[in-house]
Design a protein around this ligand. Structure first.
Ligand code: BTN
Length: 259
């Protein structure tokens, strides 16, 4: 894979039109933050074949084996308020699901807030970070880590029972450049839709792919754990949970266990 491969498949007007490609980096995420601060154009993509210190949500380590996955950070500058920015994780999840479906025929599911699963195992994680003034988004950095061509033995032992790849799911080697181009096309389309029409249309798509709606779940948060039935997501992107006393709680961020 290289920048030219990606550009060959690209059908967007902005996203991915400028690509910074690296063989090996610690993490694409801080590089993207620096690039955003330096003023790179909307849709600039930082992509690496390998990350030696990839990170996930809550600074957890993210395994990013060389040439097996998609390890990338996209810098976008949509016209959104800082309050609307976290929903970009959900916009991105829908875009990724659609691209996977188009390229592989597989229908993956979304586990709120940022996991994409196949057969109950994690295949993709999304890390959305923000650069903003109090009333204006300057840039959103969307980090996407996608397990594509790993075989089971390519995952560290502790991940083998909980992680999967598109190759494991389909039995086929997948063209990563084509998949990146598909993700960027849907993401550009859905981000435009979100800017113009708000979160409603995305929410409908998202709920169709969610694996939690109607299920009893446990939500583990930083200082509290609660259980209830997942109802769906709110207009603000919060997970709505009906507790046993009938009350409804909106959750910003948590680790979700399906009961
Ligand atoms: C998660 O599930 O916790 C999010 C994982 C995000 C991983 C991606 S890989 C590209 C970018 N660089 C990083 O270090 N992390 C994100």
């Amino acid at each position: 894979m290289n920048s030219a491969n990606i550009l060959n498949h690209l059908e967007t007007s902005m996203y991915g039109r400028s690509v910074d490609y690296y063989e090996s980096v610690e993490s694409t995420q801080p590089l993207a933050h620096d690039a955003a601060q330096a003023g790179v154009p909307d849709g600039t993509l930082i992509v690496a074949e390998e990350q030696t210190a990839g990170r996930g949500r809550l600074y957890r380590p993210w395994s990013s084996a060389a040439r097996k996955g998609i390890w990338m950070s996209l810098i976008i500058r949509p016209t959104l308020t800082p309050q609307q920015a976290p929903q970009m994780t959900l916009v991105t999840a829908v875009a990724i699901i659609r691209a996977i479906e188009e390229v592989t025929g597989i229908e993956a599911t979304i586990k709120w807030p940022n996991d994409i699963l196949i057969n109950g195992k994690k295949m993709t994680g999304i890390l959305t970070e923000l650069q903003a003034d109090p009333d204006r988004v300057k840039a959103i950095i969307i980090g996407i880590g996608m397990n594509v061509n790993q075989d089971e033995e390519d995952f560290p032992d502790e991940l083998q029972s909980i992680a999967t790849s598109l190759k494991i799911a389909t039995g086929q080697h997948i063209n990563r450049a084509k998949l990146i181009a598909g993700i960027l096309r849907y993401l550009e389309q859905y981000t435009n839709m979100y800017e113009k029409h708000g979160f409603g249309p995305i929410k409908l798509l998202w709920e169709g792919y969610s694996n939690t709606a109607g299920k009893r779940i446990r939500a583990v948060m930083l200082n509290e754990t609660i259980e209830g039935v997942a109802l769906g997501i709110s207009e603000e992107g919060l997970l709505e949970l009906q507790l046993d006393d009938g009350s409804v709680r909106g959750i910003y961020s948590a680790d979700i266990q399906i009961q």
